[in-house]
Write a protein that binds this ligand. Structure first.
Ligand SMILES: Cc1cc2nc3c(=O)[nH]c(=O)nc-3n(C[C@H](O)[C@H](O)[C@H](O)COP(=O)(O)OP(=O)(O)OC[C@H]3O[C@@H](n4cnc5c(N)ncnc54)[C@H](O)[C@@H]3O)c2cc1C
Length: 399
């Protein structure tokens, strides 16, 4: 276990450490630094800031991992009902760039059942090699067998980096694999690059509620693992006829054992389309006022052939299911048109939609932050503007 202590005889009470601590874990008592261990994350920022070497961080020295055998960039390719999900192509596009910079192979990892043909096709999306585990127990995602197989693959082939979608499946899987392989993991990256000399994956993601962008490295651990949100990276272009070497792996039956059993998969029924795929999103927030008012957005979305999105407040109010939430803890969307109705535009919402091509904001408060990112702003009451938009679009689109 690591520990931190203040050498009181060296502490001058200068407060540099208090300012350096992003977690508010240090205060002064009798002009000496006091660390609140309930808040301290042992990040070491105070140690670096102290000019008097008054703070000491002792990290437990475990056996150092030999990083030299680790090579190649891997992409975990997600499949649902045998169909490769588009996030996999986005990661292959990004993975290709990283592998080329590092001068290593780009490898896809595919787990499923009867997926041989799909595995071979991953070459057309830039993979040089595909590790395929094909077994009935891997047909649909299950935590235990997927984790066991991926851990086996990592231990045998030792990739230097693994990219995975920040999806429900990806988040569940990769955190388990990171723990079991003692790897570094950065969640929800929005940018990736490599330091070729140090062979480090530079993982950029929003931190502190999206107010800063942090670039995170894992210098002492391999593989370096990152999850990336859907629609943040561009899909790898299709290169028809490009071939990949497929390495098919099978494991003893106990590897596929699971403590859970998949009974059924139930699709959420929605009158409009999935927000991740939509070109037009009509989103609503607390300003819609009620569940009944919120339902008007369905009508506007239908007229425009789009999907309905929501702020977290609207989801928390139970006006719409969580799968429609846009933002830091929801989905990232990049539609051609995003119409935000009664949404204030807090940073946690903006993170999920600010790359939309055209943003139209409707808000009664002219100073609402959403107007700072909006292409067009309508200052007014959603109860008047939304019905007017429905009427006008119906007329213009002959609906
Ligand atoms: C860790 C964390 C993660 C989070 N993740 C997310 C996330 O993923 N997505 C997300 O959205 N939020 C997220 N939040 C919450 C976020 O901080 C905001 O609280 C939330 O986005 C606010 O939702 P809102 O804009 O609907 O509500 P409010 O901020 O209450 O804004 C309502 C707006 O409606 C306007 N309004 C009111 N009445 C009318 C009317 N009649 N006509 C027109 N305008 C009207 C008001 O002027 C106001 O601007 C997160 C917060 C935290 C701390």
């Amino acid at each position: 276990m690591a520990s931190i202590k203040v050498h009181l005889e060296k502490c001058t009470g200068c407060t540099l450490c208090v300012k350096a601590c992003a977690f508010g874990a240090i205060h002064m008592a009798d002009r000496k630094a006091v660390i609140d261990m309930a808040k301290c994350t042992l990040c070491g920022a105070c140690v670096a800031a102290c000019k008097f070497s008054a703070i000491e961080l002792e990290k437990a020295a475990g056996p150092k991992k030999d990083l030299t055998p680790y090579k190649d960039v891997w992409v975990f390719c997600e499949q649902k009902k045998g169909v490769i999900q588009s996030i996999s192509y986005e990661l292959l596009g990004e993975g290709r760039k990283l592998a080329d910079k590092l001068g290593v192979k780009l490898c896809a990892v595919l787990l499923g059942h009867n997926m041989k043909e799909a595995a071979a096709k991953l070459g057309e999306r830039g993979a040089d090699k595909v590790y395929l585990a094909d077994h009935p127990a891997l047909k649909a995602y299950q935590d235990d067998p997927y984790t066991a197989v991926l851990v086996n693959l990592v231990e045998e082939y030792k990739p230097e980096a693994i990219l995975c979608g920040a999806t429900v499946i990806g988040r569940s899987l990769i955190s388990r694999v990171a723990i079991k392989t003692n790897a570094g993991l950065t969640a929800d990256c929005t940018g990736l690059d490599v330091d070729v000399k140090e062979r480090l994956l530079l993982q950029t993601r929003p931190a502190f509620g999206g107010n800063i962008m942090a670039t995170i490295i894992a210098p002492n651990h391999r593989p370096q693992m990152a999850t990336v949100r859907h629609k943040v990276m561009k899909e790898a272009e299709l290169q028809p006829g490009r071939l990949a070497e497929v390495v098919t792996k099978s494991y003893p039956e106990e590897t596929y054992a699971s403590r859970t059993r998949l009974l059924d998969m139930v699709e959420e029924l929605s009158a409009t389309m999935n927000i991740s795929e939509a070109d037009i999103i009509v989103a609503g927030g607390r300003g819609m006022g009620s569940k009944e008012n919120f339902a008007q957005l369905e009508e506007l979305a239908k007229v425009l052939g789009g999907a309905v999105g929501a702020s977290r407040s609207a989801v928390d109010a139970d006006w719409i299911p969580y799968s429609h939430q846009v933002g830091q803890t929801g989905k990232t969307v990049v539609p051609k048109l995003y119409i935000a109705c009664g949404i204030s535009g807090q940073i946690q919402h903006l993170i999920g939609m600010q790359s939309s091509k055209t943003i139209v904001a409707v808000n009664k408060d002219p100073d609402a932050p959403i107007f700072k990112v909006a292409t067009y702003g309508i200052v007014g009451d959603v109860n008047e503007i939304v019905p007017a938009l429905i009427k006008e679009f119906k007329r213009a689109l002959n609906k």
